[in-house]
Design a protein around this ligand. Structure first.
Ligand SMILES: Cc1ncc(COP(=O)(O)O)c(C=O)c1O
Length: 430
């Protein structure tokens, strides 16, 4: 007789009592999220104030992704050889409308912004003597990739110091433009910066840099879903954006827009088994990027569901959602600044759905992950003692210790008030 192993029910036995025990043992004053939290699968025992780092995907969107995966697993050969390009075209058309791209064919769908930016860097043809201009608010993966590439090609990477605290977009504009020389060939600019959460004056910077003959790569990792976008009208050369952050698409969904004049000869980091095939029906740019070897393409194929689902949650759609997140993050930032007796480091209109605050203490500039698993032990204490997930890190060029909050639909005002009290206590104990 064949004995079958017992069925595996992951959540049915152990997890439920554990969840009950955690709920019964909540810290005093533990706040509820907003009513929208029911659409997400976030842990109800965590005050989640870091949508910015990895996003969080609502359940109906994960369900749409599962349907795509089911289709892939039902007939993998048909999926990869026949369906994938058609599905990519459909996803691209919806994403393009959302981000202000009238020619969807100029979009490459990528797993994340890191790969999108690295792809641009690897497609540049810079010479010894040339300069790439970055600044001290840029994301480290992009800076590291530039340094690695520059080491091989022999060009220089120059870093502009952008002020923080910052009083106006003019200060950013001037700090960047002051570093442009006749040698500057390419500039990397975040539209919304990662450590400091500032909205850079991108349209103005792009115009001025292009006037000086500089190629511009905009890192919009945080922009889709935080601000409305009209990418083509910016006049940049390249625009990289994430969909898994503020559009709340499944993780592994992003895009790279490449201006038409740069698409010829522009290639992904890896060539697939189909790269040698001449296609009359499709641009080489699309053919190369739509299939880069066997992979799970379902995150970006499900991104249109996220665009439509989030828009459906409020009568005013994305405009109302972004305005609401902005108001909430400003309110949260002000609560925290008042509690700690510190000044907001940027004007309200230079922020979108995130805000960074310079908090007391030294930014740990040595880098790396500390005991407790986070860059700053304060972050670990906020998780451990208060069940708040919020990043604490440094801006090494200034020595600041920075706390960055995010506001997504599932967050509530009470969560920021709770964080403010938790911070006061943890900082007093340092
Ligand atoms: C400005 C910026 N660029 C690029 C990235 C990289 O995004 P990803 O990890 O999705 O590749 C991030 C991530 O937080 C970012 O903040």
């Amino acid at each position: 007789m064949i004995t079958r192993p017992p069925a595996f029910h992951p959540a049915s036995t152990a997890a439920a009592p554990e969840a009950d025990a955690r709920a019964a043992d909540r810290p005093a004053g533990f706040p509820a999220p907003s009513a929208f939290a029911k659409h997400w699968r976030l842990d109800p025992e965590t005050v989640f104030l870091n949508h910015g780092s990895y996003g969080a995907c609502p359940a109906p969107v994960l369900e749409a992704q599962r349907r795509i995966r089911d289709r892939m697993e039902a007939e993998p050969v048909r999926f990869f050889m026949i369906d994938l390009e058609k599905l990519a075209d459909a996803a691209r058309a919806r994403i393009a409308r959302f981000i202000g791209v009238r020619d969807p064919q100029s979009l490459a769908l990528t797993p994340n912004a890191t790969i999108a930016v690295a792809t641009v860097i690897r497609n540049t043809h810079l010479q010894p003597g040339d300069e790439v201009l970055v600044n001290d608010h840029e994301y480290m993966s992009c800076i590291s990739e530039f340094h690695r590439h520059a080491g091989g090609q022999g060009y220089d990477v120059k870093c502009a110091e952008v002020p923080f605290p910052v009083a106006s977009p003019d200060e950013i504009f001037e700090a960047v433009m002051a570093q442009v020389t006749a040698r500057t060939k390419l500039a990397l600019l975040s539209e919304i910066t990662s450590p400091t959460a500032i909205v850079f004056p991108i349209p103005r910077l792009v115009r001025a840099l292009k006037d000086r003959g500089v190629t511009v790569l905009v890192d919009g990792a945080h922009t889709p879903g935080q601000r409305s976008l009209d990418i083509e009208s910016l006049g940049a050369d390249y625009y990289a954006g994430n969909l898994h952050k503020w559009v709340s698409a499944p993780k592994g969904s992003a895009f790279l827009w490449v201006a038409p004049e740069h698409q010829k000869g522009f290639e992904p980091l890896a060539l697939s088994s189909r790269a040698h095939i001449e296609r009359a029906d499709r641009s080489r740019f699309n053919a190369l990027f739509d299939y880069v070897g066997t992979n799970d393409y379902s995150p970006v194929l499900a991104a249109p569901e996220a665009i439509d689902f989030l828009a459906s949650l409020l009568p005013g759609g994305w405009d109302e959602l972004t305005a609401r997140n902005h108001e909430l993050v400003i309110e949260g930032r002000n609560l925290i600044c008042d509690a700690l007796g510190v000044e907001p480091p940027a004007p309200d209109d230079m922020l979108a759905s995130m805000a960074s605050i310079i908090i007391p203490g030294l930014g740990l500039t040595s880098g790396g992950i500390k005991p407790g698993g986070y860059e700053d032990p304060l972050q670990a204490r906020l998780v451990e003692h208060h069940r708040v997930q919020v990043p604490v890190w440094s801006l090494p060029s200034k020595g600041h210790r920075i706390l960055r909050i995010s506001a997504q639909l599932y967050n509530s005002r009470e969560q920021y008030a709770y964080l403010a009290e938790a911070l006061k206590r943890e900082l007093a104990a340092e």
